[in-house]
Design a protein around this ligand. Sequence first.
Ligand SMILES: [Zn+2]
Length: 169
Amino acid sequence: MEKKTKVYAFGFKEKPYWWPEGFEFVPLNEKPSVDWLPDAPIVVHLKSVRSFIPLALRIARFRPSGRLPEAILYKPKGIKEPADTTPYFDAVIEEGEEERFVELLSCPLTLTIGEWADEKVVPGWLKEHIRDCEYCGREFVRRVGIHRELQAILWWKGTKREMSDDKIH
Ligand SMILES: [Zn+2]
């Protein structure tokens, strides 16, 4: 059997009805031990966002990279998240958009790929990954500004299009 992708759930009492198959639901205690570092992304329910922020800051302090934990904010339909919580999340998913959850978590790079969207130089290995990975390619194109969009699409579709043209003609 295929191994499930681990995802921590913060502020969820039980596995929600929409939790996609193929993802392991790991409830995260609101107060994990002081030296705990996540080895998987965290999905945070909006109602627990205030208790997540100090945890996120602590994790960032303990990590060599200093980066905040990879995290997605999940919010009920039609409710706006407080503006000051935005910097703590790589993505926000609203109730009803759960398909995006699968897109963002199927490849471990997808959630952070947006950080490269504004960089002038993208490393070769990452360009290659963007081209080959359905999830990261789509997410990268979503995140880049309009003037770089064409370039991003070319990276993503480049090799694949050449290959499929060869096969067709
Ligand atoms: Zn990817």
